[in-house]
Design a binder for this molecule. Structure first.
Ligand SMILES: [Zn+2]
Length: 282
């Protein structure tokens, strides 16, 4: 059975080894790909400047297995693994917008903006909103809750909409197994109840090549690119749905500002974007 680890760090954030060295070790352990999830906090290599794509192309050409890049992001709800190029490319800008929203409004709005953002980005790429939202089309991202160290009571404070955004959680992180002690068991049971059928991952969270040996996931088929990775990560979860939110006008305003600040919007997509936004927030 093919194996993969979905959580690892390199010298780009707080890891000790390069992407290529990590890939070589993962390959020797039989992994079908190396998934890199460096932190989004500021480093010498800020991850929205494009270093990822350049470096990944170069290191991929030398690597015995494909390298897939995600990120470990900090959110008001703890650390999450986030996959999806478009979301990652604009994360820093997006996060500053979210921080403002979080300060001025409430966390539910934060969440709704995330959904709106992801959908709107897809629209900008030319996909009509109805298509993006259809049951058969995966959203272009996947999100996994990392290392549930806190007591389950902490997670119970998350707004219920948050759980609609997530596709799974880590049941094991490195040497720590969360279903092996009482507090962890309670968190695991709670996650299962909030995200029925979600992915339960065993990730090494390796910060060195040696830590890659600690654990991995068995997968039904080989994963060699990002699309296959998030298709698999999303496979257990019921489809995304927009929950009813009372602040539709504010949402629309913020989503439009987010769009304006991130990329010049080609005029031909503006109508698609506006229509799908109206549709989404109706
Ligand atoms: Zn980590």
């Amino acid at each position: 059975m093919p194996i993969i680890n979905c959580h690892a760090h390199t010298v780009i954030s707080d890891g000790s080894d390069t992407m290529l060295d990590m890939a070589k070790r993962a390959s020797s352990l039989g992994h079908c790909a190396l998934v890199v999830t460096d932190h989004n906090y500021p480093t010498d290599h800020n991850f929205h400047t494009g270093w990822r794509e350049r470096d990944v192309i170069e290191e991929n050409s030398l690597s015995p297995i494909p390298i897939i890049v995600g990120a470990e992001i900090s959110t008001p709800f703890g650390d999450h693994l986030l996959f999806g190029k478009e979301v990652l490319r604009n994360w820093e800008h997006y996060k500053s917008l979210l921080d403002r929203i979080n300060k001025d409004f409430d966390l539910n709005l934060w969440i709704e903006c995330f959904k709106t953002y992801v959908l709107a980005k897809a629209s900008l790429q030319g996909m009509p909103g109805w298509f993006v939202r259809s049951k058969v089309t995966p959203m272009p991202y996947a999100m996994i809750l990392c290392h549930p160290r806190s007591p389950a009571g902490y997670y119970r404070r998350f707004p219920k909409e948050w759980w609609d955004l997530c596709h799974g959680f880590e049941i094991r992180n490195g040497m720590q197994e969360y279903d092996a002690f009482d507090e962890g068991k309670e968190a695991v049971a709670f996650f299962r109840s909030m995200m029925p059928g979600c992915m339960e991952l065993k990730n090494s969270d390796a910060h060195t090549v040696d830590q890659l040996t600690e654990c991995h996931n068995e997968i039904p088929h080989e994963i060699t690119n990002e699309a296959q990775l998030y298709k698999w990560l999303r496979s257990g979860r019921r489809d995304w749905r927009l929950s009813n939110h009372p602040s539709h006008d504010k949402l629309k305003e913020f989503a439009k500002k987010a769009m304006e600040g991130m990329n010049p919007c080609p005029p031909e997509y503006m109508k698609v974007l506006n229509d799908s936004m109206e549709d989404l927030l109706a």
